[in-house]
Design a protein. Structure first.
Length: 218
């Protein structure tokens, strides 16, 4: 491994540790020493990469945004209604459905609080929300172009999806049961699907093959 690769690996290790520590304790309670201990590095090495707690938090948030839930929405979609499946995975990625996504969701809540008081955090929040909006809107546009979705205002629908998942995501933090998860997905989809001309249930992450039934043996 080259020196440059080792530096990048260490940086990513620190950012992953920061994501977990901030999500667990909250930004105001986190100290650089806590992140260094969690990452298994010295405080001096941590300060070499990130000289302030604020910079570490903002970089950790960007890191989490770029990586959380990626395996789900980067997977190969089914041949049947691939764009609806992809949009459903985007919705899943915006909800705290597992430990990684819960951590990411909590970091966004921390950002909301800081953005209300800190101009640097506000700038980052605007940049990240613009990125999320573009990402969701691109998925919608792809479905419209393919003829799977009815024409719509993709950016406006993306804003709606983000607002719905922000609100219902907070609800899932308080009640992360499978039953509540299914209900949240259903409610979000019941608002989104009519906007794109769909009248189908929320597409599951692992749909059955077209030639299989629920009673087929694995």
């Amino acid at each position: 491994m080259t020196a440059e690769a080792r530096t990048e690996a260490t940086r990513r290790l620190i950012l992953a540790a920061a994501c977990e520590t901030i999500a667990e304790a909250g930004f105001e309670k986190v100290r650089m020493r806590m992140v260094a201990e969690h990452a298994g590095v010295s405080t001096a090495l941590l300060h070499y990469h990130f000289d302030t707690r604020e910079k570490l938090f903002l970089e950790a948030l960007k890191f989490s945004y770029e990586s959380a839930g990626r395996a789900g929405y980067d997977a190969e979609p089914p041949a049947d209604a691939p764009h609806a499946w992809r949009l459903a995975r985007v919705i899943d990625a915006c909800l705290p459905l597992d430990s990684e996504l819960r951590r990411d969701f909590l970091l966004w809540q921390e950002l909301h609080l800081r953005a209300a008081r800190d101009k640097g955090s506000l700038r980052v929040a605007r940049e990240l929300y613009a990125g999320v909006t573009d990402w969701v809107a691109d998925v919608v546009r792809a479905g419209v172009t393919a003829g799977e979705f009815a024409p719509c205002d993709a950016e406006r629908l993306a804003d709606l999806i983000i607002a719905l998942t922000d609100g219902y995501g907070a609800r899932l933090l308080m009640d992360p049961t499978p039953r509540e998860t299914d209900e949240v997905r259903r409610r979000v989809w019941s608002v989104v699907a009519p906007q794109i001309g769909l009248d189908v249930p929320f597409p599951p992450a692992d749909p059955l093959p077209s030639n299989a039934s629920a009673l087929d043996p694995a």
